[in-house]
Design a protein around this ligand. Structure first.
Ligand code: GLN
Length: 480
């Protein structure tokens, strides 16, 4: 029977599968039909896998067996999900939306893929568009064309995980994975009216995600509701021997929300929100605070003295890490190879043909800030200020449980509006980069509208505080 994924969440689809209202194959067919009719315009998917119905068939079999045995089956079993194109799915192309990896096939599964597909029976529908190697905030840096925002196709879906956010907003899938180095899950979530979670650094294994800034990167979920995001997060989190930065869940539980109060205390750094906010974003912020107050949350003003340096710190440290992570694309190990007269020329030619302008810009910036003579002035200093920013947040979390800011300073902007001004594009990240610099978890929750465009609010918690994010996030989304 035909189902509209727009009317379902992961939770309600699971109920439907449990009750036998429809099958995983029905869900998969509905996803495929929606993609078929809308993807030409939106460009959310770079590829739809050819085994979607096979995967759905496996899920149906597992569901039938569980039913026969009178057992439950995993909530994600049979649920159609989309995967950002920088996460490896064995045997499938993973291109990071770059020409240099256009025909690169992954040789192994990322840990998150094993968990979703093998352990939980989720149906992976395809790989989604993104800014090349996750560098950008609009998905316009994709080598394969921008993703369009389902709310207004003249506008960007955000980035870098724009395809994943748009795919959910358009009703093509019920959930998706993205990666977030400086806001790439949360900002597109805000632009497309979905929930996006950047987990605590180390909560989710990065094994099998293409590294951008290794000290900043995290994989996280997109979904329609906090509850759904939590379901995906619970499935993918956990210590992994293949990623030594992953942390144990027990560390985790211990460190969540400290407040003894029934409702959490929410801090707002007003000093950082005085300028540059779109009027509608400011209004949604004020409305959200009023709603939270009414529900019994205490709102407190906090000070984060060094936060105004965070964007500058990010745009020194991130390119430094980018420049070393990109070195592996040498025309020998993976993907594209262009012949020159010798090995060095092969290298130059391959990288010149394979990388787009934003990736090149960041490699240049990164090698500059790391070069001898400049290292102390830039990289070393930025690292020291990163520590100060982290200390500011730790101090603030001595008196509040969560920090609330907008996710982005404006709603989705027009395609082409910021492409010629990299600094204007970087300013989009002003509220999101701090969670990556500090390693703390943060979530973007749909909280209001600007005309027909969604606006998200961002909650940040101390390390391991995802549960507090979910608690307050649910109270924000319910009011929308
Ligand atoms: N927009 C940010 C940047 O361009 C964030 C990217 C990301 O999180 N991958 O770096």
């Amino acid at each position: 029977m035909p189902i509209n994924l727009k009317n379902l969440t992961i939770q309600t689809a699971h109920e439907g599968l449990k009750n036998g209202d429809f099958t995983a194959t029905d869900l998969a067919k509905s996803a495929l039909a929606e993609i078929e009719s809308k993807n030409k315009e939106l460009n959310a998917f770079l590829e739809v896998y050819d085994n979607v119905l096979v995967q759905a068939g496996f899920a149906d079999k597992a569901i039938a067996e569980a039913r026969k045995a009178g057992k439950d089956f995993p909530i994600l079993c049979g649920i159609p999900l989309a995967i950002k194109d920088n996460i490896l799915v064995k045997g499938q192309i993973a291109s990071s939306a770059s020409k240099i990896l256009e025909n690169y096939h992954a040789t192994y599964d990322a840990t998150v893929i094993k968990k979703l597909q093998v352990e939980n029976g989720a149906v992976l529908v395809g790989r989604t568009n993104m800014d090349e190697f996750a560098m950008g905030g609009s998905t316009e840096n994709s080598a394969f064309g921008p993703t369009r925002n389902p709310y207004d196709t003249a506008r960007v879906a955000g980035g870098s995980s724009g395809g994943s956010a748009a795919a959910i907003a358009a009703g093509m899938v019920l959930g998706a994975l993205g990666s977030d180095t400086g806001g790439s899950i949360r900002q597109p979530a805000s632009f497309c009216g979905v929930v996006g979670l950047k987990p605590t650094y180390g909560a989710v294994s990065r094994y099998g995600v293409m590294a951008m800034g290794s000290s900043l990167d995290q994989i996280g979920p997109f979904a329609k509701t906090i509850e759904d995001a939590q379901i995906i997060f619970d499935a993918i989190k956990g210590k992994d021997s293949l990623d030594s930065t992953t942390i144990d869940e027990t560390t985790y539980q211990k460190e969540k929300g400290k407040s003894k109060k029934e409702k959490l205390i929410i801090g707002v750094p007003w000093h950082f929100l005085k300028e540059g906010l779109h009027a509608d974003v400011k209004k949604v912020l004020d409305d959200t605070l009023k709603k939270l107050e009414k529900k019994g949350y205490e709102i407190r003003e906090i000070s984060l003295p060094n936060i105004s340096y965070s964007l500058a710190v990010y745009y020194v440290l991130m390119p430094a890490e980018v420049s070393s992570n990109m070195a592996r694309f040498d025309g020998v190990k993976y993907g594209l190879h262009v012949d020159g007269k010798d090995m060095i020329e092969d290298y130059f030619k391959t990288r010149a043909a394979g990388f787009g302008p934003e990736v090149r810009r960041r490699i240049l910036l990164g090698t500059y800030v790391l070069s001898s003579g400049y290292y102390d002035a830039y990289y070393y200093r930025a690292n020291a200020v990163r520590k100060l920013i982290t200390d500011d947040f730790k101090k603030a979390f001595e008196s509040v449980d969560l920090i609330l800011t907008p996710t982005a300073p404006s709603p989705a902007f027009k395609i082409g509006e910021k492409t010629n001004d990299p600094v204007a594009m970087y300013l989009e990240d002003i509220f999101t980069v701090t969670a990556n610099l500090t390693g703390m978890p943060a979530v973007s929750v749909p909280a209001g509208m600007s005309g027909n465009l969604p606006i998200g609010m961002q909650l940040t918690a101390p390390h391991g505080g995802e549960n507090s994010l979910f608690e307050a996030g649910k109270d924000i989304e319910k009011e929308v």
